[in-house]
Design a protein around this ligand. Structure first.
Ligand code: ATP
Length: 267
């Protein structure tokens, strides 16, 4: 049966990437569908952030092609891309002291322009993002004076306010406490279900990935994709042993997503 191309958001075909001649990604071939949540997992240095940079169009493959919504990603202008694709980076730096509200408002810039006037809908989206990320009380604070976790929530709020059909996140929960990590994943999951968002999240917390993602993309050393597919099929003790070198059991509790039980082998 022919594939349903109308629901394909990304098609990566044989993508390689090198940093000044040093190979980093090799032969990345992937098809990512609309309305799915993907967890991008793999050990440190396996190429997750580099792949994320290709997916956001901020860098281009050394060879191979990336189609985004059936068009080569490099043919989109930055403003056009920003209306359909939002990005939560791992870290960020700002040249000026912006308040939390101002940073979240930046999510609306693709629609209103840097010097345009926001409309009611813009304010509604900003308020909603501030509430979902539990940062209403911080809205007049300078972002540079927030904790790492608070700042990370501001970046996710900015991406949510951007209201795009695709969101790419690079370890968006890395500095968050357990409640805020779960809240962010829940908020993404709700958008995946209700608004057919496609979310691709590089994530180290495998339990969170297993609980909230539909599919995993597993990277391994050498910048290759080891495997990709449904969480329930992919997440096995053998995979965790092969990719991360850890001993673990996958617990299947009725009506719950799988849980990973690591065996630490304390002496
Ligand atoms: N700007 C750069 N110049 C040269 N090499 C780089 C650069 N950025 C990353 N690398 C190298 O590319 C490889 C992949 O790095 P990348 O950051 O994509 O991995 P990652 O899977 O996101 O790692 P982590 O889990 O530690 O965040 C690593 O070997 C890294 O040292």
């Amino acid at each position: 049966m022919a594939a349903d191309l109308s629901t394909t958001i990304y098609t990566l075909d044989g993508c390689d990437f090198s940093y000044r001649g040093t190979p980093c990604l090799s032969d990345i071939t992937l098809s990512l569908k609309k309305g799915r949540m993907y967890g991008l997992i793999g050990p440190n240095g396996s190429g997750k952030t580099t792949l994320i940079n290709l997916l956001t169009g901020s860098t281009h493959p050394t060879s191979g092609t990336i189609l985004f919504k059936d068009r080569p990603i490099h043919t989109y202008t930055k403003p056009d891309l920003a209306k359909v694709l939002s990005f939560v980076p791992q870290t960020f730096s700002m040249d000026f002291d912006y308040t939390v509200s101002e940073v979240v408002m930046m999510g609306r810039h693709p629609y209103i322009g840097r010097f345009g006037s926001p409309c009611t809908r813009d304010y509604e989206l900003i308020e909603s993002a501030l509430t979902i990320l539990d940062i209403q009380h911080l809205k007049d604070r300078y972002v540079t004076r927030l904790s790492g976790g608070e700042r990370q929530r501001v970046l996710v709020a900015r991406a949510l306010a951007q209201d795009t059909e695709v969101m790419v996140l690079d370890e968006a929960t890395a500095s968050l406490d357990v409640r805020h990590s779960i809240d962010i994943m829940k908020a993404l999951r709700a958008k995946v279900i209700d608004a057919k968002l496609t979310a691709i999240a590089a994530i180290h917390d495998l339990d969170l990935a297993a609980s909230f993602c539909d599919e995993l993309i597993v990277m391994h050393q050498g910048g290759r994709i080891h495997s990709a597919g449904d969480v329930s099929e992919l997440l096995t003790p053998k995979l965790l042993k092969n990719i991360f070198g850890v001993e673990a059991t996958i617990l299947h509790v009725p009506d719950e997503t799988p849980h990973i039980h690591y065996r630490y082998n304390h002496v």
